[in-house]
Design a protein around this ligand. Structure first.
Ligand code: GLU
Ligand code: MG
Length: 443
């Protein structure tokens, strides 16, 4: 193996995303990737029980025994030389398999792949998705600026330009960068893609946003809340459907608020299982500081047309110049944040939607009034249930929903619980402000 003349061997990270939503893996010489892709790199079962606090949840179902492989998916390689580091950002996502190559039942990326395959095989639906992510630049000490302003974005120059350039170079198809509503808060969006690619891009966006911030001595924090009374950093998961020929299936001109029959049943399934899946899409203690009414996040089992308090928001379509609404039409799941594994979060949304499709559930009511101002009886009539208000309540709702439990291997469920229990134990004595401070630095 020849050594590069500058002494820097270009490395690629062969990675997986764990239940704490941390991107982990091993680095190899990039030039050897194709060879390595045949048999993957070493991994181990207990790694799924790593916590964000650099511990392994104890107890966990795995212990010190066992070995696995991460098999890189060569189509899922993301590389750019523009982040400002000495060597290229170069990452490839993989699926975790047993030593004989059979899929490992606890691999989040495989869980998503299986959910998407079911949607395709059982209903002829290909899902398109995109993760819209908010984050805050910590430590930048920008001069004061108006939120959403040109000045706020220019304060961060050249951060936003470098971010967009790096993401484009890495084939993430970035769309818009915003100076968002919160202090030093930004948002970046990317174009829709198949579900696996969408989750891969979600991870790449986080890692590139963090890497560029680091080169300036800042931290790009995707924590759901960086302060209890501060703004929330949401992850909004947009989805839409296509048939096998690419024809849009999400929209019907005569459906309620434009929802096609498939969209209606899919949304109904999500709302039905929403309390049970909230732990999967908002899995940290601090997630529940964000999921509150009047915070433009999500707090009820609520479907609405263009309403940012609803958990399922039917997004707007533009008909300027006679544009066709059907390919634009998409729905946004707002009860997710960056402490959730994006593959698992999207898998939960898809599996809940599938339950609605299989049971042919009717369209949920479209609600445009504030549930907090309704009587209990009115909320009950509309099927509006408050989402779990804490991580322990969300874990209980997850356990109580036997349909949600049936989607996963018992060892996966046990591992998930172990990570969450370790997290709760680690933070037990901290105040909400201290909890936010911990997550602010960890995410
Ligand atoms: N920051 C809000 C959240 O926590 C979202 C605001 C928006 O609608 O973009 O989800
Ligand atoms: Mg936003």
């Amino acid at each position: 193996m020849s050594t590069p003349t500058n002494g820097l061997e270009p490395l690629i990270g062969v990675t997986t995303t764990d239940l704490a939503a941390i991107t982990r893996g091993r680095f190899v010489a990039a030039k050897n990737l194709e060879r390595i892709a045949k048999h993957g790199i070493g991994w181990l079962q207990a790694n799924i029980c790593l916590t964000p606090f650099n511990s392994i949840a104890n107890p966990n179902p795995w212990g010190a025994r066992g070995d696995l492989r991460i098999l890189p998916d060569l189509k899922a390689r993301y590389r750019t030389e523009h982040t400002g580091r000495a060597t290229a950002f170069d990452i490839v996502f993989g699926n975790i398999v047993d030593l004989d190559g059979s899929p490992w039942n606890c691999c989040p990326r495989t869980l998503l792949k299986n959910a998407l395959n079911r949607l395709r095989n059982e209903h002829g639906i290909n899902l398109l998705a995109s993760f819209e992510q908010e984050f805050q630049l910590v430590g930048a000490d920008f001069p004061p600026a108006h939120v959403m302003s040109y000045g706020a974005l220019r304060n961060a120059d050249e951060y936003a330009s470098r971010l967009m350039g790096s993401l484009a170079d890495a084939r993430v198809d970035p769309e818009v960068v915003i100076a968002e509503f919160g202090a030093d808060q930004f948002e970046v969006t990317c174009g829709p893609s198949d579900g696996i690619t969408a989750a891969d891009r979600c991870v790449v966006i986080r890692e590139i946003a963090r890497e560029i911030a680091k080169t300036s001595g800042w931290h790009a924090s995707f924590a759901p809340k960086t302060a209890p009374d501060g703004v929330g950093n949401g992850v909004h998961i947009h989805f839409s459907f296509r048939d096998a020929n690419g024809k849009p299936l999400t929209y019907s001109a005569d459906g309620p608020a434009g929802l096609s029959p498939q969209s209606q049943a899919f949304c109904a399934g999500i709302l039905k299982h929403l309390p049970g899946i909230t732990a999967l899409t908002a899995p940290s203690l601090s997630s529940y500081y964000r999921l509150k009414p009047h915070a433009w996040s999500a707090s009820y089992t609520w479907l609405a047309n263009q309403h940012r308090e609803a958990t399922l928001r039917i997004c707007p379509v533009v008909t300027i110049g006679g544009a066709d609404p059907s390919p634009q039409f998409n729905i946004e799941y707002r009860a997710a944040d960056a402490t959730a594994n994006p593959y698992l979060a999207l898998a939960a949304v898809v599996l809940a939607g599938l339950e609605g499709l299989n049971a042919k559930l009717p369209c949920p009511p479209l609600v445009n009034d504030d549930p907090t101002e309704m009587s209990d009886q009115r909320r009950a009539e509309l099927g509006l249930v408050r989402l779990p208000e804490s991580l322990p309540a969300a874990l209980k709702a997850f356990d109580d929903d036997k349909v949600v439990q049936s989607w996963f291997d018992p060892l996966f469920i046990e591992s998930f619980h172990c990570v969450r229990k370790a997290e709760l134990a680690t933070l037990a004595s901290l105040s909400p402000a201290e909890v936010c401070e911990r997550y602010r630095t960890l995410y």
